[in-house]
Design a protein around this ligand. Structure first.
Ligand SMILES: Cc1cc2nc3c(=O)[nH]c(=O)nc-3n(C[C@H](O)[C@H](O)[C@H](O)COP(=O)(O)O)c2cc1C
Length: 150
């Protein structure tokens, strides 16, 4: 089971969580791949069986600039990912109110358009509540791995 991990970050936290996620999924026996500068061609070459997006939110509920090109490329080229299992880990800050984890919500919308199946409820990591997002994500990731392994 090959899992492509895509990440979007402004200050680096989401990238750290994505890197940690790759380690957790590998330890759980999955073939996890994470390249923080991945372009769509490389993702397609990896030929994922499942997707995990780890993204921060910036602006007013927007995706980080470093993830926008890949997000747009996926939307434009519409890879045949229909039916693939997917998950989203969203980093945000609840003090932003309505736009809390808006970047993650945009990824969920994209999954919906592509027909990617969200197999587990999006994890929201609130920067106003925690300073240990990597370890906080572990139980969610272990469950995600279990679901993917079937
Ligand atoms: C300028 C700015 C705008 C932000 N806007 C939002 C937002 O609209 N919604 C939200 O949930 N978090 C927002 N955040 C919080 C970040 O998403 C959060 O701190 C996250 O952990 C940062 O992750 P990163 O280090 O990967 O960039 C914002 C942070 C900054 C600095």
């Amino acid at each position: 089971m090959k899992v492509a991990i895509l990440s979007g970050t402004v200050y680096g936290t989401a990238e750290d969580v994505a890197r940690h996620a790759a380690g957790v999924l590998k330890a759980a026996g999955l073939e996890a791949w994470h390249d923080p500068r991945a372009q769509l061609a490389q993702v397609l070459e990896f030929a994922p069986d499942a997707l995990l997006v780890v993204t921060a939110t910036t602006g007013m509920g927007e995706l980080p600039d470093n993830f926008v090109p890949l997000y747009s490329a996926i939307r434009d080229q519409f890879p045949a990912w229909q039916g693939l299992p997917g998950g989203v880990i969203a980093l945000g800050d609840a003090s932003y109110g309505d736009t809390f984890c808006g970047g993650g919500e945009l990824v969920r919308e994209l999954y919906g358009e592509l027909g990617v199946r969200e197999v587990q409820e999006m994890l929201r990591l609130d920067a106003s509540e925690t300073v240990t997002p990597e370890t906080d994500a572990e139980p969610w990731l272990e469950n995600f791995a279990k679901t993917l392994r079937g």
